[in-house]
Design a protein. Structure first.
Length: 378
């Protein structure tokens, strides 16, 4: 009986059909393993060579921001390269003006930073006296609490220094952005022709649609988010000025810049002026700051960003948050900014390639009941 069983097993593996089935299974398993290893290798390369990759991708995104201006000047100047260079110089001048304004305000803030500790101690004493008057509690010694405040302010000062050191290193990478932007815009037709040359003719219509949608998504998102930040610079500063917060221009600009990070940006940005109010002469301004940024958060998420960016990215919040965290892990703050448009581009590619449509469905902002019927998904 045992020999018969062994004979049957041997026949099973010697059967050409069964051998082919096993080979196909092994091949699919091998392909999956290679794919996983490739993804891990690419991720490792992106992390190790972050200083090389993220400036290039940032240059691609900023190219979409400069392109409308270059397209406007091209028929008037009559030369593509000159119009691109002129557009970059205008944008660079506006950026340097913004940086000068920010640096001027920030230098005043840093000069007054040592006074914040004294004001924090005065606020602490005032709170203790108020509590003692209203209740039977008494504070025998506040040395421990004052030492914690001193350590906290010192940590914040060191953190600001670390940010400037990191920013100095980042500026080296950002310094080549005009070069990247110029050549990406100047040779944009070459890049497009290259993609069509490496793609089969039967897929040209799909590629054309993908490129059109990627251009639309990226252009609307990048230009829209910078316009939102510009609007928030004014609204934040005006709101903080009305409340009576000192350094309202600086704090308004800082809180607006954080809005480049979706979802978390407004909350993180609002924490900066809120923390300042605790070491200001009037800590009660904290209530006004909380109310102000709650209103701005609602307006920004429901009015400004959807209206200006057009909701073209349309990636659901769950995967947006995951991509932001992952982008921050891989490339830091630039990765958090780049993660959303890159996720939008990935979604566009998945929407137009049949085997990847389920991934596009998963990333979609709409619920399944709101999706249009699609035979390839259903």
């Amino acid at each position: 009986m045992l020999k018969e069983h062994e004979f049957c097993s041997t026949n099973y593996f010697l059967n050409p059909i069964n051998m082919k089935t096993e080979s196909e299974k092994n091949f699919k398993l091998l392909v999956r393993c290679v794919l996983i290893l490739t993804v891990m290798a690419v991720l490792a390369i992106f992390i190790v060579a972050r200083s090389f990759f993220y400036p290039i991708l940032l240059g691609v995104m900023l190219s979409y921001l400069i392109y409308p201006l270059a397209k406007f000047f091209e028929p008037k100047i009559g030369h593509s390269g000159v119009s691109i260079l002129f557009s970059i110089l205008i944008s660079l001048g506006a950026t340097l003006g913004f940086i000068f304004l920010f640096y001027q305000q920030f230098s005043i803030f840093l000069d007054d930073f040592p006074l914040f500790q004294e004001q924090a101690f005065d606020n602490l004493t005032a709170v203790q006296n108020y509590i003692s008057e209203k209740t039977s509690l008494s504070f025998s010694s506040d040395d421990w609490l004052k030492s914690r405040i001193s350590e906290g302010l010192k940590a914040q000062q060191d953190f600001i220094g670390d940010i400037f050191n990191a920013t100095t290193a980042t500026l080296v990478a950002l310094g080549v952005q005009p070069v990247y932007i110029f050549f990406m815009l100047y040779y944009r037709h070459n890049f497009r022709k290259f993609l069509f040359q490496v793609t089969q003719k039967k897929d040209h219509s799909v590629l054309k649609k993908i490129l059109f949608e990627i251009t639309s998504v990226t252009k609307n998102y990048v230009s829209g988010i910078f316009l939102v930040v510009l609007i928030l610079c004014f609204t934040n500063s005006i709101g903080l000025m009305i409340i009576g917060v000192e350094y309202f221009i600086l704090l308004g600009i800082i809180s607006a810049i954080f809005n480049l990070i979706p979802y978390f940006g407004t909350l993180i940005g609002g924490a900066v002026p809120l923390l300042y109010t605790f070491v200001s002469p009037d800590p009660s301004d904290a209530i006004g700051v909380i109310i102000l940024f709650l209103i701005i958060q609602v307006l920004e998420n429901n009015v400004l960003t959807p209206t200006i960016t057009g909701g073209r990215v349309a990636v659901n919040p769950f995967f947006t948050i995951i991509s932001i965290i992952f982008g921050g892990f891989v490339w830091g703050i630039p990765g958090m900014f780049l993660s959303v448009p890159l996720m939008g581009i990935f979604k566009v590619v998945c929407q137009n390639i049949t085997p990847l449509k389920p991934i596009a469905f998963l990333l979609s902002f709409k619920k399944s009941s709101e999706q249009k019927s699609d035979d390839s998904i259903e």
